[in-house]
Design a protein around this ligand. Structure first.
Ligand SMILES: Nc1nc2c(ncn2[C@@H]2O[C@H](COP(=O)(O)OP(=O)(O)OP(=O)(O)O)[C@@H](O)[C@H]2O)c(=O)[nH]1
Ligand SMILES: [Mg+2]
Length: 409
């Protein structure tokens, strides 16, 4: 929608960078499989609570140490019982959403360690599917299957084979959203006493560390790209909300019968809208934002003053709606197009695709406005032409908000 005629090359180095120096590993797995124990092993201290019996870890928690190249995010283990699972999903969704909205780089998920107890001999990869739907940055995030409590060498091989077969089966079943399993690594996080005099020492931690480290650069790039996409969608939707609210307000104002439709009555509404949009894209402090706003208001006012839009709408054959509603629709259209123009400009400034220092405000604002306007007036004309006689201002408002809903689907 709203394709601009003039295409510019995107900047290969977008200005937004989300990740910091460390990557974050999300640990998932059944309760009691040893996630927190594994974390303590890497930290070199007993920081995460561990234990037997009931589920021990109660909250999502981020652990780090200056000596480690990654942070570890401990989670509540899966348990049988849907209520608990629902809570995990909700908590993870919130955790992940905050990471993007609040730029909490400690919470971005770069790599997943999906832990399976070496004694389990079965593996439920569907649990990962379930998590996939809530972890925002998930799009091909690399997964390492960590087989914990791998005390027996015989079982170790057996478990690796079980895990391998499960992944192949899963990916055959889900060809469009395969799991990006990069390695299957058996570990013993803490020494294990089989019997007096027979102690299994920690193993596999070095392999897990190196494998995770090797994945870091690509994982970081992938996470950055997907987070950038999510961030932009949040901003785009928020700008759309400002546009809808202001369009609805303009329609209400435009429907008041006055002899001549006057653009000045729309100025306060549009000013606030454009300010809000510039703020959404963090552009409110940029000197250019004031000028962009002025030019948009000016071109909007000229369009109304020219009355070409009102005339065009009145000339729709067979249209039987009141003149005040035509004015309302025109007012809505101008505010809508003004908002979209602001959104296009500030969004491109935000992503770094357009450079503010070379942006020729006077000509470009007008060009973008004029690129968007015909598409909207065409759709509006179609809508009015097909509208029933009893159409009201709120139907016109619904038409405009419907355009934005279609866009986000
Ligand atoms: N000796 C030994 N014990 C382990 C190992 N891994 C886990 N355990 C034991 O298994 C039990 C459960 O471990 P936790 O680390 O608490 O398991 P968790 O996955 O964090 O469990 P939840 O927090 O309930 O999800 C504890 O008693 C641990 O001491 C290991 O490598 N060696
Ligand atoms: Mg735990």
């Amino acid at each position: 929608m709203f394709e601009l005629k003039k295409r510019r090359k995107p900047d290969p180095n977008p200005s937004i960078n989300f990740s910091d120096d460390k990557i974050n590993v999300l640990l998932l797995g059944n309760s009691g499989c040893g996630k927190s124990t594994l974390i303590n092993a890497f930290l070199g201290r007993e920081e995460a609570e561990t234990g037997s019996g009931f589920a021990v870890t109660k909250h999502i928690e981020v652990y780090e140490s200056p000596d480690l190249p990654f942070r570890m995010i401990d989670t509540v283990g899966f348990e049988y019982g849907l209520f608990k699972q629902y809570n995990i999903k909700k908590d993870l969704a919130k955790f992940s959403e905050d990471s993007v909205k609040k730029r909490e780089t400690r919470k971005f998920v770069h790599v997943i360690w999906y832990c399976i107890a070496g004694t389990a001999k079965r593996i439920d990869l569907d649990a990962l599917d379930y998590i996939k739907s809530v972890v925002k940055s998930w799009s091909g995030v690399p997964v390492i299957l960590v087989i914990t409590k791998s005390y027996s060498e015989v079982e170790m091989e057996e478990n690796k084979a079980i895990a391998h077969d499960a992944v192949v089966k899963y990916n055959t079943k889900h060809p469009r959203s395969p799991l990006n399993v990069k390695a299957i690594i058996p570990v013993v996080a803490k020494e294990y006493e089989v019997r007096k005099g027979l102690i299994i020492p920690p193993t596999g931690l070095d392999v897990l560390l190196k494998t995770t480290n090797d994945l870091a650069p690509a994982a970081k790039r992938a996470a950055d790209a997907s987070i950038r996409k999510i961030d932009l969608k949040i901003k785009h939707d928020s700008a759309n909300n400002s546009i809808t609210a202001s369009t609805v307000a303009s329609i209400a104002v435009g429907a008041i019968p006055v002899p001549v439709p006057d653009s000045t009555i729309l100025v306060p509404i549009q000013t606030k809208m454009i300010r809000d949009i510039s703020k959404t894209y963090n552009q409110q402090k940029e000197a250019i934002s004031d000028d962009v706003r002025k030019y948009i208001l000016q071109i909007g006012a000229t369009t109304i003053a020219g009355k070409t839009l009102v005339k065009a709408l009145k000339q729709i054959p067979g249209i039987g709606i009141a003149a005040s509603l035509i004015n309302a629709a025109a007012a809505g259209a101008i505010t809508f197009v003004s908002g979209k123009t602001a959104q296009v400009i500030f969004e491109h400034f935000y992503t770094g695709e357009w450079d503010t220092s070379t942006f020729a405000i006077d000509s470009e604002v007008e060009q973008i406005f004029k690129d968007i306007l015909p598409d909207i007036t065409d759709k509006l004309s179609d809508f009015l032409r097909n509208a029933a006689d009893g159409i009201s201002a709120s139907d016109i408002s619904d038409f405009f908000s419907g355009l934005l809903k279609k866009e986000s689907d």
